[in-house]
Write a protein that binds this ligand. Structure first.
Ligand code: R5P
Length: 276
């Protein structure tokens, strides 16, 4: 049985269709004081796959409630396509909480935990389960309407994603050098990339405030790129991120449905279904 978190209803329905499994009619309710109540009918004795991204604090609480409601299932496999707080995977400053560890440790033991392009896959070690991280980069490539592009990562850590997309589209891959100035501002070093008159695809694991990508779009425009598309696995798209990308001159934004947004054109349902 496929059990959806409220942030992943479309994705879970797609997984149910691809696998031919039943989709549970989960009910998400709220008490007058704002506290949540979750009801998952019909899971007793069933093998359950929970599909629940956790972009907000409330969705984390809801996930814990879903897992508790599934306590009488015969088996639970948990899919967290987008795991919030995964970027706080260590202490960056004295006294800081390692948020990813705190949240992973709150998840009760389940058979397996699977994520998609997790920011740092070390985070998986904190779950008490068999774990896997799936790669959605080929799906992003398949959703792009461009041939032989220059595929550019905004920093070196996203270069493997850029290489996968470039291989699939018959293009070349390169990366920029990024320095974070604040939560929503980055500085990107201008480098000679051979972008002149090329169609460029910028690839990253996520777009949050759009600071990284809008800066990179401007750098590539300055390098004479013919067009710039943005592809990311997780469209967090906080505040005015979409506007920042389009005002910087992006031609198209493509993302997956690990977060269900207006630009989630590529679905990770087939990845999850195959893994299941
Ligand atoms: C950071 O290392 C990530 O890979 C992304 O580059 C970052 O989270 C994007 O954030 P923003 O859109 O706020 O610049």
């Amino acid at each position: 049985m496929i059990v959806a978190g409220s942030e992943s209803q479309v994705l879970a329905a797609r997984v149910a269709r691809e696998t031919g499994r039943e989709l549970a009619r989960v009910e998400y309710e709220r008490f007058p004081d704002g506290e949540r109540l979750v009801r998952v009918p019909g899971v007793e004795g069933e093998e359950v796959a929970v599909v629940a991204s956790t972009p907000t604090d409330a969705s984390y609480v809801e996930l814990l409630q879903i897992l508790d409601a599934c306590a009488d299932a015969s088996r639970i496999d948990l899919f967290v396509p987008y795991m919030g707080y995964s970027r706080q995977d260590k202490q960056f400053g004295d006294g800081e909480a390692v948020s990813a560890r705190a949240l992973a440790s709150a998840v009760p033991p389940v058979e397996s935990v699977t994520t998609v392009n997790l920011h740092e896959d070390d985070v998986l070690d904190w779950f008490d389960a068999e774990t896997a991280d799936l790669d959605a980069a080929p799906l992003l490539a398949d959703s792009l309407d461009v041939a032989s592009p220059l595929v550019v990562a905004p920093d070196e850590s996203a270069f493997p994603l850029a290489e996968t997309v470039a291989d699939r589209l018959g293009g070349d891959a390169d990366y920029l050098v990024k320095e974070r100035v604040s939560g929503d501002e980055v500085r990107i070093e201008t480098r000679e990339l051979g972008a002149e008159s090329r169609d460029v695809v910028l690839v990253d694991d996520m777009v949050a405030t759009g600071g990284t990508m809008s800066e990179a779009i401007e750098v590539l425009g300055g390098n004479g790129a013919r067009s710039v598309r943005v592809a990311c696995v997780h469209p967090v798209l906080a505040r005015n991120a979409v506007l920042r990308l389009y005002s910087a001159g992006v031609e198209r934004v493509v993302a997956t449905d690990t977060l269900e947004t207006a630009v989630s054109d590529a679905s990770v349902a087939s990845l999850i279904a195959r893994h299941l």
